[in-house]
Design a protein around this ligand. Structure first.
Ligand SMILES: [Zn+2]
Length: 408
């Protein structure tokens, strides 16, 4: 995959493609077609996702309208209550949520939502964007079903500058009005096989969906192009292992594509010896990392291997917030590769994630390193990585997947 071809794909896919949208399917078809051009048959596999069409979303603070986007799948209705800014999440601060519409910092995660419910909040406001950006973009958020589990609070997302303004003015009351139609829709994984001599299978994953404001060039058309590059490499290189490539949908909505894949292909999982996941590579600035959700020995191996290749890599053992995690949770050793940009040179999940962050030659170099590693694994007489999760990774998976609350 040469630099010109890589940049062409970034140009061809420079559009927002949120999980379950027609644009996401358009991109799935584009990727399937790119595989076909290499002589590979791609299957597009559908899976069910929650969808909603927002008809009305309003936030009024002290009677004044504040620009907002309503949380999808958070129900319809209206609520009016005192406004409370939850600065800290200690027990005392949380106890003041009762009967309030609560403004929080950061994402509405699983435990934050449980805290709000337990402490009697009646609605919530999140904010995103950056006080120093010139735009007032607001990301479209959703209340995920595994977060609300049937207990829905009305919520809106606003811009950081408006959040600052509300707190600065000391706004006392808030009113949220949401009207939306909720329904089931479909998102898609694109699955491609290159059979080897053995049933032992290496599964390569990368998500191709984006968030609501983002063209997702860096996060993660870069990784999707990486998969195409790896497939191209193995079409001309021998490999003992069978190889499966999965372009995952709806990763940004909670790893839904890889979770659906693992659920729908349960019987085949026992053949998988390793998952190699790509989420954000090839940007102009930043360091290359390998995050192994596997035994510690793989960390040492990757460290040695990077020296052998003369390619700088920071290797660690952890759970990576990406499509590797559902595989790791099934006991499959997984490694995620990424090139992490310093946050003041490239950001994601906003309108600034475009092809302007990307460099064709860096993409080529990153893909070449991943191919070199994959080649070793695909041609090992026996995959050397233990096919079991060490206890420390099991605990991290429990935390990440919200089965256990991480100690603060
Ligand atoms: Zn990503």
């Amino acid at each position: 995959m040469n630099s010109a071809k890589i940049m062409q794909i970034f140009e061809d896919t420079a559009y927002v493609r949120t999980g379950g949208s027609p644009e996401e399917l358009r991109c799935a078809e584009y990727l399937a077609d790119a595989c076909k051009q290499m002589g590979l048959e791609a299957k597009i596999e559908a899976f069910e996702v929650d969808m909603a069409t927002m008809q009305e979303a309003q936030l009024l603070c002290d009677g004044e309208a504040v620009p907002c986007k309503g949380y999808l799948c958070a129900g319809s209705g209206e609520v009016e209550a005192p406004l409370y800014y939850l600065r800290n999440t200690d027990k005392y601060s949380l106890s003041l949520c009762r009967g309030k519409i609560v403004l929080i910092d950061g994402y509405m995660g699983y435990w934050m939502y449980q805290d709000l419910l337990e402490n009697g909040a009646v609605g919530f406001i999140t904010y995103d964007g950056n006080a120093n950006y010139c735009d007032f973009d607001i990301d479209q958020r959703e209340l995920r079903s595994f977060v609300h589990k049937g207990n829905k609070l009305l919520g809106v997302n606003i811009n950081a500058k408006h959040a600052i303004d509300l707190v600065n003015k000391g706004s006392a009351t808030a009113k949220i009005v949401l009207k939306q139609e909720e329904y089931k829709g479909q998102s898609h994984n694109v699955v491609v096989d290159i059979p080897g001599e053995s049933q032992d299978t290496i599964v390569f994953t990368a998500h191709y969906d984006s968030t609501s404001l983002s063209q997702g060039a860096y996060d993660n058309m870069s990784g999707s192009i990486g998969l195409l590059g790896i497939a191209e490499y193995f079409l001309r290189s021998p490999h003992r292992c069978s190889l499966r490539f999965i372009f995952c949908g709806s990763e940004e909505r909670g790893l839904l594509g890889s979770k659906a894949y693992c659920a729908d292909h349960e019987a085949e999982l026992s053949n998988i010896v390793l998952n190699i996941n790509l989420d954000m590579i090839g940007c102009i600035m930043g360091k290359f990392i390998a995050c192994a959700t596997a035994e510690e020995k793989l960390v040492s191996y990757l460290d040695y291997f990077s020296m052998e290749q003369g390619f700088g890599v920071r290797v660690n053992q952890d759970v990576y917030s990406s499509d590797s995690t559902p595989f790791a949770d099934k006991g499959i050793p997984a490694v995620s590769f990424a090139r992490i940009a310093p946050p003041n040179t490239a950001t994601i999940h906003n309108s600034y994630d475009t092809v302007a962050l990307m460099k064709g030659e860096q993409m080529e170099a990153d893909i070449a390193f991943i191919c070199a590693f994959a080649d070793r694994m695909a041609n090992a007489m026996r995959c050397p990585v233990a096919r079991e999760m060490p206890d420390n990774m099991k605990e991290k998976l429990d935390n990440y997947l919200c089965r256990k609350r991480a100690k603060a």
